[in-house]
Design a protein around this ligand. Structure first.
Ligand code: SF4
Length: 257
């Protein structure tokens, strides 16, 4: 069974890594809409819909303001406001304006909180998305494999323009102002096996990281139920080995096992 966020604002959730995190879902509450269709997505496969009832910019600002006022009055100062949710947040037509509003609200109610965006990198070529992501504190961008066949199999991009070369070129444009997030996973889909933890995969991935130069790398494996059955979680020891290789090349790496 997949999991959909039922509200624009969710949480706050307390985690050891992030502290108190308030989530923002800019996607429709009853559908999953994304420019990838990752085999491991905890929200399930994309919903086939033609009309997308995104929350408006005004609704998001109002709900966020109410929630932040409430939290601050109760002494719960969020450590981070995270844009994630039922799909790709940058698909919202007013993504940049919403980021601007969020920064204003953050500065007013909880200036120490960081604004984070979890994006799949497919829309960073759009000037307004690139500009918006440059304004946030944690610009967290997905890069699951440096080998086209694997990336296309695991992430199932919807747009034809997405390939590894394109992704590396676009991610390099941030000049290091980004955090790369990579899901390590093994499995099979439509009789095609994949494993982005092999030596060849990890070497290609490290070479891509050297070109992209992220300020940090976050690696993880399956956490929740996925829409595809034949997927295997990569254990924390294997993730740590990959992390060590990246650290030996000078990267700061966090592992969520
Ligand atoms: S990019 Fe994120 S939201 Fe989109 S399909 Fe992949 S895991 Fe799901």
């Amino acid at each position: 069974m997949s999991f959909l966020f039922e509200q624009v604002i969710f949480g706050p959730i307390r985690s050891r890594r992030l502290g108190l995190s308030l989530g923002v879902n800019l996607l429709p509450i009853d559908a999953k809409i994304c420019s990838f269709n990752c085999l491991y997505c905890e929200c399930g496969f994309n919903t086939t819909m033609h009309e997308f009832p995104f929350p408006t910019r005004e609704q998001v600002a109002e709900i966020l303001e109410t929630k932040l006022k409430q939290m601050v009055a109760g002494g719960d100062i969020p450590n981070v406001i995270t844009f994630a949710g039922n799909g790709e947040p940058t698909l919202h037509p007013q993504f940049e304006e919403i980021i601007d509003d969020t920064i204003v609200l953050r500065d007013r109610f909880c200036p120490t909180a960081k604004v984070s965006v979890l994006s799949n990198s497919t829309r960073i070529h759009k000037p307004h998305i690139f500009k918006a992501l440059n304004k946030v504190d944690n610009n967290i961008l997905k890069f699951d494999s440096a080998i086209d066949r694997t990336m296309k199999l695991i992430d199932q991009p919807v747009g034809k323009h997405i390939n590894v070369k394109w992704l590396v070129e676009q991610l390099r444009r941030f000049d290091g102002r980004l955090i790369v997030q990579t899901m390590f996973i093994r499995g099979e889909y439509n009789n095609e096996a994949f494993d982005n933890t092999t030596d060849v995969e990890v070497e290609a991935w490290l070479n891509a990281m050297e070109q992209i130069k992220p300020q940090q790398i976050m690696i993880y494996s399956l956490d929740r139920e996925a829409p595809v059955k034949n997927l295997q979680k990569v254990n924390v020891d294997a993730l740590n080995l990959i992390a060590e290789k990246a650290r030996s090349r000078g990267f700061e790496v966090s592992v969520a096992g």
